[in-house]
Design a protein. Structure first.
Length: 504
């Protein structure tokens, strides 16, 4: 009897735990530290902007790093609380209360898992990029609008109209009160440092600009003893917002279901569009969209049970991960572990972080969401797409995220239908007959134009109507042609119709 022994393969599994090759461990360790330094202030900032305790943003970052990081789907994407969801979360908390946040996030996670299992993840790639860019731009505008209040030392209003109405008070407060002047100075300092850091020597630019800006501005506030409010971070366990019976009872109400579906769809779209962008930045295995959607859903389900913020794959952290030299998904798992260790061992450090500095960080994030250079380029090249983008963003600012996004989608669909329905009509008039040739797509959208051409033809001549080059002839146009031909034959003329091979 022969006994066989085996040794674990590099990159294989031992006791169900992934084993990463030793040659990539150093690169992943270094990248994880860089991503951690970027993620920490963003987790806190997104939570504060969403109107929830700062600890809940860190919980989401930890779950996004460890839970989603361990699951299959994407290699380089890093998940956590996203600036793109702040407007929606703040609205949901304002409408349903903080206690219901966990139920909403849990429900959104279940929807994402079902979408992934049903293999619908790839369909998110079919959403018009102009709508998605307009959605992000609208979120960026609302985010910037809201964060000017903490800079001025004021509480942020709950609704967008109130934020617009309060702008004069923001200006007055920012230039006349000690709190406003101090907050404005810190925000300008943080933004200036982040902008200048791009010109620093390459060897030290591995340290992320947001971290440098936050540290410099926070140290300045401490040394100068400026009269600004700071972030308060306590115990993670005491901050958990676990849903209880009364919150679960509202799960199936129409208002709650609408919020759940909105969170699920927007979080899914942002994650999968982020995946498409990140996949172009590296040579590692590409994202499996349906599997990644299940992973995001699993992460949001866990966040919901803990009462934390919803998560998405975040392009800022993901691109930082790639640029920092990550080789495997170990880097994103380790970044979640560093977040956990930091808030357990050194939570007091976050107490030196002024709200005005966090606001500056989020204003920069909102500015990046606008992507103005791309908007200008799109307006020059494709005005129709630019119109959809601007309309979507404007409707989000004027109404809310759901209405604005749905409006953009509807206009994009109508625009595409009109473009697809282009129809050409060429008529050659002879002594005894008229030859009419149709090309393109004859759909109901072009029916008025088609009938105008047909009804202007001479009633006493033979008409040869050639539709053989029409790519698509729908039922409405088909019936209209037949009715016109029958009417023309009842008069003094004759008609010969050559139909396309296929009629839709």
């Amino acid at each position: 009897m022969t006994t066989r022994t085996s040794t674990p393969r590099a990159g294989g599994r031992r006791f169900g735990v992934p084993a990463w090759p030793k040659e990539t461990f150093g690169a992943d360790l270094g990248a994880s530290l860089v991503v951690f330094l970027v993620a920490l202030p963003l987790c806190v900032g997104v939570a504060v902007a969403s109107g929830v305790p700062a600890e809940l943003g860190i919980v989401t970052g930890i779950v996004g790093g460890i839970v989603v990081g361990l699951l299959p789907g994407s290699t380089m994407q890093v998940s956590g609380p996203a600036a793109g969801l702040t407007v929606l979360v703040a609205s949901a908390v304002n409408q349903h209360g903080l206690a219901a946040l966990g139920v909403i996030v849990f429900g959104a996670g279940i929807v994402q898992v079902l979408l992934g299992v049903s293999r619908l993840g790839t369909w998110f790639r079919a959403i018009s990029p102009s709508v998605v860019q307009g959605m992000l731009a609208g979120i960026g505008l609302v985010l910037i609008l809201g964060q000017v209040y903490p800079v001025a030392g004021m509480d942020q209003p709950a609704t967008t109209p109130e934020k617009f109405a309060g702008l004069p008070d923001v200006v007055i407060n920012a230039v006349t009160t000690p709190e406003g002047l101090s907050g404005l100075g810190l925000a300008v300092l943080a933004l200036g440092v982040m902008a200048a850091w791009k010109k620093a020597p390459e060897r030290i630019r591995v340290i992320p600009a947001p971290l440098i800006g936050v540290v410099v501005a926070s140290v300045a506030a401490l040394v100068l003893a400026l009269p600004v409010a700071n972030v308060e971070v306590g115990s993670l366990l005491s901050a958990l917002n676990v849903p209880t019976g009364p919150e679960w009872s509202g799960l199936l109400t129409p208002a709650m279901l609408g919020t759940i579906l909105t969170v699920a769809l927007i979080a899914s779209a942002e994650s999968l569009f982020s995946a498409a962008a990140v996949d172009r930045m590296h040579d590692a295995p590409k994202t499996r969209y349906n599997t990644e959607l299940v992973a995001q859903g699993a992460g949001n389900t866990v966040c919901g049970l803990l009462g934390a913020l919803p998560m998405t794959a975040v392009i800022v952290r993901s691109s930082t991960n790639v640029n920092a030299g990550a080789k495997t998904k170990l880097s994103r798992i380790l970044h979640g572990i560093w977040l956990l260790l930091f808030v357990v061992a050194l939570p007091g450090l976050l107490g030196f972080l002024p709200f005005a500095v966090l606001a500056a960080l989020l204003i920069q994030a909102g500015w990046k969401l606008l992507e103005l250079p791309q908007v200008v380029a799109l307006a020059k090249e494709q005005r129709g797409e630019a119109f959809v983008l601007v309309l979507t963003a404007g409707m989000i600012v004027a109404t809310d995220l759901l209405v604005g996004t749905l409006t953009g989608l509807a206009v994009a669909i109508v625009k595409t239908a009109i473009e697809v329905s282009r129809l050409s009509v060429k008529a050659e008039h002879g002594a005894e007959q008229v030859h009419v040739e149709l090309g393109g797509n004859a759909t109901f959208l072009k029916l008025p134009r088609l009938l105008d051409h047909l009804e202007k033809l001479p009633a006493n001549k033979h008409v040869h109507l050639d539709l053989t080059t029409v790519r698509h002839l729908d039922r409405a146009c088909h019936q209209a042609v037949e009715h016109w031909a029958a009417q023309h034959r009842r008069g003094e003329g004759t008609v010969e119709v050559a139909m396309p091979a296929r009629v839709g």
